[in-house]
Ligand binder design. Structure first.
Ligand code: ADP
Ligand code: ZN
Ligand code: ZN
Length: 748
């Protein structure tokens, strides 16, 4: 075994059997070996086209040796293909190579989440490839084309003559100029006479100016900003929790850290949980820095995606704000990541590569040695535990900016103040809403439930309308006259009679969704200008931005919304927030329910009284004595989280232990049970290792798949990945059964 042959780092002088690894964006266990043609000087990170069966795929030249720590590194794969049988790489694309840091990050995320590395690479690559339609790619003459082997037809000659001037042209340019067909161009490309090039990227990104419009900071803000700037100038890995009540100026402070990063000539990335809802954020950014940042999320167009990808790679996009997948952009010189609203469950991607963008942001910072700042008014227990253990620094802004008071909170006991029959707003709350509207102040009603009613029940026979594919009730959407499942795509028209017993007029809506609350509010306050904010009423980012602008312009009196309203909006005229069902989310067995509910309700409450008029919050509840309600009343978030910690520590639940969920799914309940039992029989054991289940998964049937769950829980000092790899390697499941591994599940 000649070491040179295994190295991906070869010079052109190496012979034509140079072996290189290429990682393809597909679910294979690892990179494949290829041969680098003699005239191609390939380095790890280069983006290449390689043959795969009869197809050609875009991939990346990968490192020959893994940089992973032993407990994460997957076992070595099968032996190498004979050098003589290696297929050559087709060509190298004229795109910026992926840095060693990014490659290392991709390997790390793959190993941590137990996903094939190609699937993680796909997040970096496919987004771009999909984003770069052929017209933006062009052709140039290859450097040393082998013309002897080429059958030189007149059409081919025309193309070669055209490109002889050295300019790069798209296929369309070439066919227009020469009159040849696109097939001729393709033929020349396949023969290696033309090489693909990306046509000179536009530079659409303005340059954020760190000194454009700096804020005047107050005492506590000032010292927090200095400390945060300091972490950036240190120029090494650290994690800081920036904690502060809603309206304390956290955004203002972390924009200072970005300013520092820009002064250092580095790029900054800001992760927001729901970038589509960030119109106000963009506005604030440009007020501070004079230009808009580059944006990355699933709803930007292909052109914008391509430009942002290239802007990240060549450094011309110096600040990028994005949703979780922005973490996989090929930054040229990343110097800072901010994770805003770090407690948000939306940072967890639940499909494909199952990862938490907050945690992986910290990993990227550690691997590339730069600071990470996580921001929240209600930090997750994970983050607080890291602060407590001394792993994270802690900066606190204890008061609201400009002396604004935190809203006064009241829990309205619905047992003492019940709403009228069939309605959902208590007379106490209604009275308060009326008085607030009278004073020309805005009111917001919050209910985290889309549609008209969560359950439709037959009064004659008790039949419940359920999704045929999921263990879930169908939700009535009265505006659209349909019943729809919120877990799959199933939608059906509202039946005129009960499908079970055939009774007329017996189907009844049970419980409220926001459409129903809107109906009630319309009847109570016919003169109020209503605005409903939910994913059903706000089609996309533009509609959301317009709704928010309307609220700011005081063209709305009463806002009714789902969790969309709980985001970091600044509504200066809003003084009363009513939470229709504060208990929602507390039922069920999930250990994290309390933490999640308090984070959500605190965030909703934080929308009130952000300017000069004080705000009030009314929580309608049937369980006012619940610790969540008590904590919201006292405002003592710390004490609540300490209670949560005390509950989780003894059983080494996260964050005091490690947890992985195995979701076993199959077409039939029997097959699901069988597969789950098989996993149960081979479950790992040992000190500090425990397996819970199998049990029905939280959604026992989803999209027609029957699901069981096992939980692997270990002490903090025991990594779950090697245990899982061994365990899953032992079982031989029936073909239609599938296991999805979720490391650090959000609910447990
Ligand atoms: P948070 O992110 O903690 O909720 P923000 O940064 O959104 O707080 O600040 C709340 C409001 O107060 C925003 O409108 C912000 O522009 C304003 N604000 C905060 N600090 C200052 C400051 N030092 N000078 C001017 N306005 C400020
Ligand atoms: Zn019936
Ligand atoms: Zn369904």
């Amino acid at each position: 075994n000649i070491p040179m042959q295994d190295s991906g780092n070869l010079t052109a002088s190496a012979c034509s059997t140079t072996r290189i690894s290429v990682l393809l964006p597909m679910p294979f266990a690892g990179p494949f070996d290829y041969r680098a043609p003699a005239d191609m000087d390939l380095q790890p990170g280069d983006i290449v086209v390689a043959p795969l069966g009869k197809r050609q795929e875009t991939g990346v030249v990968w490192d020959a040796t893994s940089s992973l720590p032993a407990d994460l590194a997957p076992p070595a794969t099968e032996k190498k293909v004979d050098a003589a049988r290696l297929r050559p790489v087709v060509c190298r694309l004229d795109l910026p190579p992926l840095s060693a840091e990014l490659r290392q990050f991709i390997d790390w995320v793959a190993a941590y989440t137990l996903t094939p590395p190609g699937m993680v690479l796909a997040m970096t690559l496919r987004l771009h490839m999909r984003a770069a339609p052929t017209p933006t790619m062009g052709w140039a003459l290859a450097e040393n084309p082998d013309l002897n082997a080429l059958r030189l037809t007149p059409a081919r000659q025309k193309v070669l003559d055209l490109l002889a001037d050295g300019n790069h042209r798209t296929t369309t340019d070439i066919t227009n100029a020469t009159g040849v067909s696109a097939g001729v161009v393709k033929g020349l490309a396949n023969a290696g006479v033309l090489r693909p090039v990306s046509l000179g990227p536009e530079r659409p990104f303005g340059h954020p100016d760190a000194h454009y419009n700096p804020p005047v900071l107050e005492g506590e803000q000032q010292s927090a900003a200095v400390a945060l700037r300091q972490t950036v100038t240190e120029n090494r890995f650290s994690v800081t929790l920036l904690e502060g009540v809603t309206g304390s100026g956290k955004t203002e402070i972390y924009l200072e850290a970005i300013a520092e990063c820009l002064e250092q000539g580095k790029q900054a990335l800001i992760l927001l949980p729901e970038i589509a809802l960030s119109a106000q954020w963009m506005e604030r950014f440009s007020r501070r820095f004079g230009v808009q940042p580059a944006v990355w999320h699933s709803e930007i167009g292909q052109r914008a995606r391509r430009l942002t990808w290239l802007g990240a790679a060549d450094g011309s996009a110096s600040v990028i704000v994005g949703a979780r997948s922005a973490l996989f952009l090929p930054f040229h010189n990343l110097g800072l990541i901010i994770v805003d609203e770090e407690h948000e469950a939306l940072f967890k991607q639940e499909e494909g590569v199952i990862y938490n963008a907050r945690d992986m942001a910290v990993v990227r910072g550690r691997l590339a040695r730069f600071p990470v700042v996580v921001v929240s008014a209600t930090p997750s227990l994970e983050t607080l535990a890291n602060v407590e253990a001394g792993r994270y620094r802690h900066l606190v802004l204890p008061t609201r900016h400009g002396g604004a008071e935190l809203p006064e909170t009241r829990v309205l006991d619905l047992r003492d103040h019940p709403p009228p029959r069939g309605l959902f707003l208590s007379p106490e709350l209604v009275e308060d809403i009326g008085a607030t509207l009278e004073r020309q102040e805005q009111v917001m009603l919050f209910l985290n439930r889309r549609g008209y009613a969560p359950l439709t029940l037959c009064r004659s026979c008790g039949h419940r309308m359920e999704c045929p594919h999921c263990t879930a009730w169908l939700v009535e959407h009265r505006n659209r006259k349909v019943l729809s499942c919120h877990y799959c795509d199933h939608t059906e028209p509202m039946p005129p009679t009960c499908p079970q017993c055939g009774s007329d007029h017996s189907l009844t809506a049970i419980g409220p969704g926001i459409e129903r609350i809107t109906e009630e509010a319309r009847q109570l306050f016919p003169d109020a200008r209503l605005l409903v904010m939910s994913s059903d009423t706000l089609g996309g980012p533009a509609a959301t931005a317009e709704a928010v602008a309307k609220i700011s312009r005081r063209e709305v009196d009463l806002i009714i919304g789902t969790q969309i309203v709980a985001k970091g909006w600044h509504f200066p005229h809003l003084t009363l927030v009513g939470v229709v069902d504060a208990d929602l989310g507390l039922s069920g067995a999930d250990l994290r329910a309390g933490e999640r509910t308090i984070q959500l309700l605190h965030q909703v409450a934080g929308r009130a009284g952000r300017a000069s008029s004080p705000g009030r919050v009314i929580l309608q509840s049937y369980a006012p004595e619940h610790p969540v309600m008590q904590a919201l009343l006292s405002g003592d978030f710390d004490a609540f989280m300490q209670q949560e910690a005390a509950q989780r520590k003894p059983g080494f639940w996260p964050p005091y232990g490690r947890l992985a969920a195995l979701i076993v799914s199959a077409d039939t309940p029997v097959a699901a049970d069988e597969a789950a039992a098989q996993l149960g029989r081979t479950a790992p054991y040992g000190e500090g290792i425990q397996v819970l289940g199998p049990a029905p998964a939280p959604l026992a049937v989803l999209r027609g798949r029957h699901r069981r769950r096992l939980l692997l829980r270990t002490h903090r000092n025991i990594a779950v990945q090697p245990i899982l790899r061994r365990w899953l390697g032992m079982v031989n499941l029936n073909r239609n059964a599938k296991v999805d591994v979720d490391i650090d599940p959000v609910s447990f």
